[in-house]
Design a protein around this ligand. Sequence first.
Ligand SMILES: NC(=O)c1ccc[n+]([C@@H]2O[C@H](COP(=O)([O-])OP(=O)(O)OC[C@H]3O[C@@H](n4cnc5c(N)ncnc54)[C@H](O)[C@@H]3O)[C@@H](O)[C@H]2O)c1
Length: 313
Amino acid sequence: MEKNKVLITGGCGFIGSQVVSMLANSSYKLFILDDLSTGKKENIPLDRADLIVCDIRSEEAYEYIKVLQPNYVIHLAAQIDVQTSIHEQQHDADINIMGTLNVIQACKSLPNFKKFVFASTAAVYGNNTDLPLTERSATLPTSPYGQSKLVGEQYLALVHELYQLPYAALRFANVYGEKKYAAKDVITSFWRKLIEEESPVIFGTGDQTRDFIYVEDIASALIEAMTIFQSGIYNISTNEQTSINHVLAIMNELLGKNVPVKRLPKRPGDIQDSCLSNEKFVKHTSWLPEQTIQTGLAKTIVGKNNQLKVGVK
Ligand SMILES: NC(=O)c1ccc[n+]([C@@H]2O[C@H](COP(=O)([O-])OP(=O)(O)OC[C@H]3O[C@@H](n4cnc5c(N)ncnc54)[C@H](O)[C@@H]3O)[C@@H](O)[C@H]2O)c1
């Protein structure tokens, strides 16, 4: 029997490479479509996956998918930076809306197509403070990035309605893990400052909370979503709120540091608290997040320290 084919767009990136590693020992045939704009070939086992380097917006990508006829698509390729989305709205919409639509269109009438898994984000909820946020909570994006991801979800719902394309759109909480040295997320920036014995910066009191989820738990949710029965939207989170002060305290302890904090005023637009309910996804699958903030941060620090040894920037 022919093996099922899985196409992972953005498979050379932070989350995509975790998905590829987790699927490397499975019976699926793996294909990656990535323009390498932020991802790297070195992130993936090239003996286990075929890589085509191209842009999701291109005719080439559309034709490639049509000919390949994947059974599953995990669509991760995107413009992911919120600040870039604010300063280059057209560019963000071009990749996240038009690029996503190109991939959806290529999949919509494929034979034996089983699931389109889409990486969405908690940014679609914007400043909604009605915690914990469920999939029925109001979507109020406050950035073009959140808006473009919401439009991607809506196109999927529409194509599902019109052509019965099976899909799962996963709204990720705050993902952390062994991101690149230069990544801008709070955990990478704390780690960088601490290892350089410089003061980590906290905006506001540090009492603000986030629902931090470790990248391996996100990758396993994406894989689990391939076989979810019901098409629709699912939050992927830990259901836990952790304050920024607590994250820093854990990291200081793990790294054996105690560098004084630099406190700056709260940034305009920063939300106070965030927490997503994962109840729906947990009910429909056998998935549960495995890492607590302590164990996830410990793995992150080991990974980042190793990256530093081999000179990753
Ligand atoms: N990292 C997070 O905290 C987070 C949170 C919520 C949602 N997401 C979503 O998860 C997905 C993966 O994010 P990530 O953190 O791994 O980002 P990443 O930048 O590490 O990975 C994105 C990958 O897509 C590729 N890519 C970008 N534009 C492309 C294009 N036009 N054509 C083809 N390939 C392209 C990049 O080269 C890269 O390999 C994204 O869709 C992102 O919006 C991420």
